[in-house]
Design a binder for this molecule. Structure first.
Ligand SMILES: [Zn+2]
Length: 305
């Protein structure tokens, strides 16, 4: 079973990468609205957590879960804002974070994302199981894109978008509400082990660098919306980063000693972290397998020099 989970990776992400496949009717999920700061909320439903800004300029959401969640997302927003969603920001390309793009795009919302989100969504996508999906519809594509960073001045705050290269994917950004001191980190920070989507440019080293970038910009009062899981903070992100570094260093050592991928997975470099970060959706074999590939490539590069 491990292999099956390994191939599927984070069920919430990998299943959603292709996301066009028709499936059984969605479970009846309610949206829970969590108040984070004046005018800023986290919407928890099915798929990635949504960040919501409401105020004088209207409503903006960060990520939009699945297509079938859109009516519920709109209803949750309508309880807080008389205006419809004006901007949708995608933290990365995965279908459990961009599934609502089609509907929001069609109704006139401006979709904003890193360049690679548009590149990937407008071409056939390969999911973590190696299957290729169709390009997304025109309306689902981001219309404002950027390489490294951009800022949206909205509802009396500055929403700063910063690219985190080759982390969970090659499309990730962190969104920072500069005045409110709130972040949305997409799937570069979740409640469990990372899912590293190598098919879409994700690497463990990039994940760690992403955390270093973010940790340098936060303080003890910063509230962090994770891609999945409860609201987080700096201490939790720092602990998560340290866990990744410990595991990465162990994997690197095993790779250097000539171990195979299976042997590295069997050595359980995640041992003491499994209780805290493990679980059905957070499979150690998937990301350790990916970490093995990364570290082996890094070792080969060093040998060539
Ligand atoms: Zn994801």
């Amino acid at each position: 079973m491990k292999t099956v989970f390994g191939l599927l990776g984070c069920a919430l992400c990998a299943v959603a990468v292709a996301q066009q496949a028709p499936s059984a009717p969605p479970p009846d999920v309610k949206i829970e609205t969590v108040s984070i700061a004046p005018g800023i909320y986290m919407l928890v439903g099915r798929g990635g957590n949504i960040g919501l800004s409401v105020g004088v300029d209207g409503a903006a959401i960060i990520d939009d879960q699945f297509a079938d969640m859109v009516p519920k997302i709109r209803a949750a927003v309508a309880l807080l804002s008389e205006q419809p969603v004006k901007f949708v920001i995608n933290t990365h390309l995965h279908g459990d974070h961009t599934g609502g793009n089609d509907a929001f795009g069609k109704s006139g919302a401006v979709i904003i994302a890193q360049d690679n989100v548009r590149k990937r969504l407008s071409t056939p996508q390969v999911n973590a199981a190696g299957a290729t999906g169709e390009p997304r519809a025109r309306e689902a594509l981001p219309v404002v894109t950027f390489a490294d960073s951009a800022t949206l001045h909205f509802n009396d705050d500055d929403l700063e978008f910063t690219h985190l290269p080759n982390a969970h994917t090659e499309t990730d950004i962190v969104v920072r509400f500069r005045k409110a001191n709130v972040l949305h980190m997409g799937d570069t920070f979740t409640g469990g082990f990372p899912f590293i989507d190598g098919s879409n440019g994700g690497t463990l080293d990039g994940f760690i660098r992403a955390h270093e970038t973010v940790l340098a910009s936060v303080d003890d009062d910063t509230k962090i919306i994770r891609g999945h899981g409860p609201l987080g903070n700096k201490a939790e992100l720092a602990a998560y980063h340290d866990m990744l570094v410990t595991v990465r260093d162990r994997v690197a050592k095993l790779v250097k000693a000539g171990k195979t991928q299976d042997q590295v997975v069997e050595a359980r470099p995640t041992k003491e972290f499994e209780e805290k970060y493990g679980g059905a959706n957070f499979d150690a074999a998937q990301w350790i397998g990916r970490a093995y590939v990364d570290q082996k490539q890094a070792l080969e590069r060093r040998k060539k020099k």
